[in-house]
Ligand binder design. Structure first.
Ligand code: DAH
Length: 339
């Protein structure tokens, strides 16, 4: 009987050793320790043993049972650990893998710069004004103190629809439309497309954008003009940008000036961007001509104002270091995707 018990132990340990999963373990438990299992079968024959042998065999049987039970337990936790490990391995996430890029559309660089400019002026209390692209000669020229024989009306530059209608060559006409309708104080910017019969090349386009600005109130001076323009240009090009004003001439402002900024490429030392000058011309400006105020029914003895105008493409080309205006209109995604 003792031998039989030892045999059961050996074969049980063998079976357990090679058990590959929890099911195999359970099968082995039933086979050796179950109610109808091998160990139970042997113990059933205990009755035939002598009183002397019985406790010894009983003790041995118990020992073997708990040994097999221990092995099953150990094996069970081994298998469970392996299972857990395999599961973790299968579920592992490689956080270094490149993500999937969702390509969304982007704003056109001109729109971005336009928004930027609008926001800066809105922050200074300006409102946005609009005017028509197809404009009367009166607003585009006449009311702006540009008489019929002025060179700005040259047919080389202006697209005439008929004798007194043009495609606006500048956004300055919106000043007149606003002043006709609004009592001072006036603080507006007016963005829009303008048209000139220029041949398309790296720096000219027959259609481009301008942004006009106008402030009219009592006691507005050249100092207000300079402060506003300087604040705006520093906001757009960076706090370290220097701004200078040069005397100039526009028919609708007196005095007139052009504003330059220190070159954003070389910082003012002189480079190919600024043609060695260290300065880049950005906008035209001046104090609204008394005649222009009067044309709109605003008394120049009571009110004064300043105006300014700039080309959006030129501003954007400077800001993003773009050397060809045509890139804005070709809509090549390789270009547009860079902003
Ligand atoms: N309209 C001018 C141009 O096309 C730009 C300009 C200059 C606008 C001076 C203004 C200004 O309002 O005061 O060149």
């Amino acid at each position: 009987m003792k031998e039989k018990l030892e045999q059961i132990k050996t074969s049980a340990l063998d079976v357990l050793k090679s058990a590959a999963d929890i099911d195999a373990l359970e099968e082995a438990r039933i086979r050796f320790l179950g109610k109808k299992g091998e160990l139970t079968a042997v113990l059933k024959g205990m009755g035939q043993l002598s009183a002397e042998e019985r406790p010894k065999i009983g003790a041995l049987a118990n020992e073997i049972r708990s040994s097999i039970e221990n092995h099953i337990d150990t094996k069970k936790s081994e298998l469970a650990a392996k299972l857990e490990e395999a599961k973790l391995k299968a579920e592992v996430i490689d956080v270094t893998m490149p993500g999937k890029v969702q390509h969304t559309g982007e704003l056109h660089p001109l729109t971005k710069v336009m928004n930027n400019i609008k926001n800066t002026f809105i922050g200074m209390g300006f409102e946005i004004a609009e005017g028509p692209d197809v404009e009367l000669d009166y607003y585009n020229f006449e009311a702006l103190n540009i008489p019929p024989n002025h060179p700005a009306r040259d047919t080389q530059d202006t697209f005439y629809i008929n004798d007194n209608t043009v495609l606006r060559t500048q956004t300055s006409g919106i000043q007149i439309r606003v002043m006709e309708k609004t009592k001072p104080p006036i603080r507006i910017i007016a963005p829009g497309k303008v048209y000139r019969s220029d041949a398309l090349d790296a720096t000219h386009s027959p259609v481009f954008h301008q942004i006009e600005g106008l402030v009219v109130d009592k006691g507005v001076t050249m100092a207000d003009l300079k402060g506003t323009i300087e604040t705006f240009l520093k906001e757009l090009y960076g706090e370290s940008t220097k701004v200078r004003f040069r005397p100039h001439h526009f028919p609708f402002t007196e005095p007139s000036a052009e504003a330059d900024i220190s070159c954003f490429s070389c910082g003012g030392k002189g480079c190919s961007m600024c043609k060695g000058e260290g300065w880049i011309e950005i906008l035209g400006c001046g104090m609204v001509h008394p005649k222009v105020l009067a044309n709109c029914g605003i008394d120049p003895e009571v009110y004064s104002g300043f105006a300014f105008g700039m080309g959006l493409e030129r501003v954007a080309m400077g800001k993003y270091d773009i050397n060809d205006i045509r890139l804005f209109f070709e809509n090549d995604l390789r270009f547009l995707g860079q902003f």
